[in-house]
Design a protein around this ligand. Sequence first.
Ligand code: AMP
Ligand code: GLY
Length: 430
Amino acid sequence: MRLPDSLNVLLLGAGGREHAFAWKIAQSPRVAKLYIAPGNAGTAREGMNVDLQPNNFGSVKQFVLSNNINLVVVGPEEPLVKGIYDFFHEDSDIHHVPVIGPSTAGARLEGSKDFAKAFMMRHGIPTAAYKSFSKETLEDGYRFLEELKAPYVLKANGLAAGKGVVILEDLDAAKKELSEMLNGKFGNASSTVVIEEYLQGIECSVFVATDGKDYKILPVAKDYKRIGEGDTGLNTGGMGAVSPVPFADERFMEEVRRSIVEPTIQGLAAEKIVYNGFLFIGLMNVGGKPYVIEYNVRMGDPETEVVLPRIESDIIGLFEGIAFGSLASYNLKISSQTATTVVCVSGGYPGEYRKGLEIKGLDTLTGDSIVFHAGTTAKAGKTYTSGGRVLAVTSLGDGIQEALNKSYATIAGIEYEDKYFRHDIGQDLL
Ligand code: AMP
Ligand code: GLY
């Protein structure tokens, strides 16, 4: 089975990741129309934004039927965990339209940390030792914490908007946190809590496209999560990213493939879990050996903004392989150049920040960068901020420093009140 030679695509989501997808999809000669729901001011330059909420499956279905959509690409995790793949699959009006993303069962790899950990144990995939606890087993949780050494890692089982992981140095603070989490700190998401061994090392993000039996490993990336320079301060949705990652060399990536990617894909198949989408494996490099920190069932943000610009082959062919089980015959071409992205946020983020600030300079940029929009909106020909993460400025170069120089030069030409960005993206890799 194939997608039509000329097709209409619906992309769900609104962030920098979705602008990067829209940018790449729009380059395909096979795409007739690209719609982004709801999109942002940047995606509006690549296709047509539509006022549609990705979690409202009924209206997504109506839009797909009235606009002859041939392919649905899902950016964020929420619609996947809520079951958009199964919704399409089980409805005879739309089951012929492929959805790029895992089934509801597959999305549990991100939607339930307890499920993900148990899956890794079943398939011998290296990850931190752990135990899960509920309100009824709080006392056992305290005892487990006493057996561990600091720092203590506590994770809400369900989706908690990226805030569900708490790492504490002090045993009493960890016990208090466990009790608070089990008593509803993150609502239902923390009615089960995973406590796990702390892993010391350096992190990277591995992305895999799979059709459920074959897979392609996409460019590896590293993101920068903390708001402050030198990796200090609060966690954010991501302040920058770099691809490739020097320490994730050929030997390391071969170990990732052998000990993590292969058993994960085979494990999904053995458990009859349908998975036609992207898998994002957050890894810790512990003394040269990879351990899984977490699975996500989508691409990363801002990693996508450095991963897709390094893919030279047509992305519709990749989606086709994912959707129809023909991924093995897709010829993935990856650029040897380095990509960096630097995220510009609004002053105050990830705490309180203002929205609606006019962004100037976007139309007169001369540099050699791709400006992906994350939180922007367009009104009467002007562009305004609409979120904490505003732009992700990506550049390609021969090496990290050359790419970074281009991104920082481009950022210098963009103005809005209280613009903030980190000056040290990628410096730890040089
Ligand atoms: P997650 O939401 O699972 O990505 O966790 C957030 C962050 O917490 C990760 O990116 C890691 O930096 C850190 N983290 C999670 N689990 C561990 C662990 N077992 N050991 C050390 N750091 C961890
Ligand atoms: N950059 C991390 C994430 O997308 O979850």
